[in-house]
Design a protein around this ligand. Structure first.
Ligand SMILES: Cc1cc2nc3c(=O)[nH]c(=O)nc-3n(C[C@H](O)[C@H](O)[C@H](O)COP(=O)(O)O)c2cc1C
Length: 336
């Protein structure tokens, strides 16, 4: 089974679902001596199987795959309809058709877990909740190291008790979706350094620290706090191997974008991104309805793909440190 001792650089490349993760980025981080992850949310099981084959054609080194744990809560049809109505003028301006009715989906979770087992991927990480004990045990029986992502100590204890091998501690500075277990949960807003120390102490498990890392000094501080590795996402967004859209790359260095916030505006789940017109206009109205709001805003994001004031510009608080350099150089620059 994979062990963090196998890494020559204690750096993980974050999974970044929705087009930012590519097999090339995952493999580049692993080939540089780190642990590359692929964010496999929104893929079908067959697409995931093909993606794993592509990653394996690009690297012989260990890599990880990340899935979103589904949580079905009662659908708030009234809140969804009200939000849909608020988005109508923008959709009309962009020529995007908003769906009337969005069914719940679990994103083929069980089917993708089965692929991870059959393919015996080295590492599987999970966010948005903890898989059940049986799922974790089935992965481990296939030789897969299982990591659960958490945002506070209570979640870390649940993950430990469910049998995970490692924990990814995601501080509030992190870019992209918050890993909070419940859609309706309030964000605990603990940042990466104190969270890492607390999770190490509470669980005794290997901890991967994630969120807001911009320098080797940050990496050293997190290792000193007990982390076995440090996971970076935002620092990889401008790498040539990433699938980041051009408008997103440009926004990361555009002086017009000055801050990040967490918002439910795009998906219904909290996620951190650069503040743009979409967030400014819709953050206050966005209901905690996931994944239906994510599906609802899809046509808007596709129609406005070149417009940084329309698309989600996921980024952590350290976004100004992201450079347009190969992923191997990012990993090397973080070797403590
Ligand atoms: C564009 C983007 C997409 C992300 N997608 C995922 C994902 O699919 N799964 C996941 O567990 N974390 C995801 N994250 C969060 C990362 O795993 C990680 O916690 C975060 O990037 C670390 O903080 P940093 O962005 O400040 O480096 C994403 C982050 C970004 C920036």
């Amino acid at each position: 089974m994979f062990s963090f001792d196998h890494l020559s650089v204690p750096i993980a490349g974050a999974p970044m679902a929705g087009g930012t993760s590519t097999p090339e980025l995952t493999a580049a981080v692993s080939n540089a001596g780190g642990l590359g992850f692929y964010g496999a949310a929104y893929l079908s099981p067959d697409q995931l199987r093909d993606t794993i084959a592509t990653i394996r054609s690009l690297t012989d080194r260990p890599f990880g795959v990340n899935l979103f744990v589904p949580e079905e809560i009662p659908f708030d049809a009234a809140a969804f309809a009200a939000y849909r109505a608020r988005l109508e003028p923008l959709a009309a301006r962009l020529g995007a058709d908003l769906p009337d009715d969005v069914p719940y989906t679990d994103d083929s979770f069980d089917g993708k877990v089965q692929v991870l087992i059959e393919e015996r991927v080295p590492v599987a990480s999970f966010t948005f909740g903890c898989p059940d004990r049986e799922t974790i045990a089935r992965l481990q029986a296939a030789g897969v190291l299982v990591a659960g992502t958490v945002t506070n100590v209570a979640e870390a204890v649940i993950a430990r008790d469910a049998g995970v091998d490692a924990v990814c501690a995601q501080g509030v500075s992190a870019g992209g979706h918050r890993a909070t277990y419940g859609i309706l949960d309030t964000d605990p807003e603990i940042d990466t350094l104190p969270l890492t120390g607390a999770v190490v102490e509470a669980t005794g498990l290997p901890v991967v620290a994630a969120g807001g890392v911009t320098s080797v000094a940050d990496v050293r501080a997190l290792i000193d706090a007990g982390a076995v590795a440090v996971q970076v996402g935002t620092l990889l967004l401008r790498c040539p191997e990433a699938g980041t859209r051009q408008a997103h790359r440009d926004a990361l260095v555009d002086p017009r974008f000055t801050e990040t916030v967490t918002t439910r505006a795009y998906s219904g789940r909290l996620a951190r991104g650069l503040v743009n017109d979409f967030i400014a206009a819709h953050d206050a109205d966005a209901p905690p309805v996931y994944p239906q709001v994510n599906t609802l805003t899809g046509p808007i994001r596709r129609a406005g793909a070149a417009d940084p004031d329309v698309i989600n510009l996921w980024a952590g608080r350290g976004f100004r440190a992201a450079q347009a350099i190969p992923a191997a150089d990012v990993v090397a620059s973080l070797q403590p």
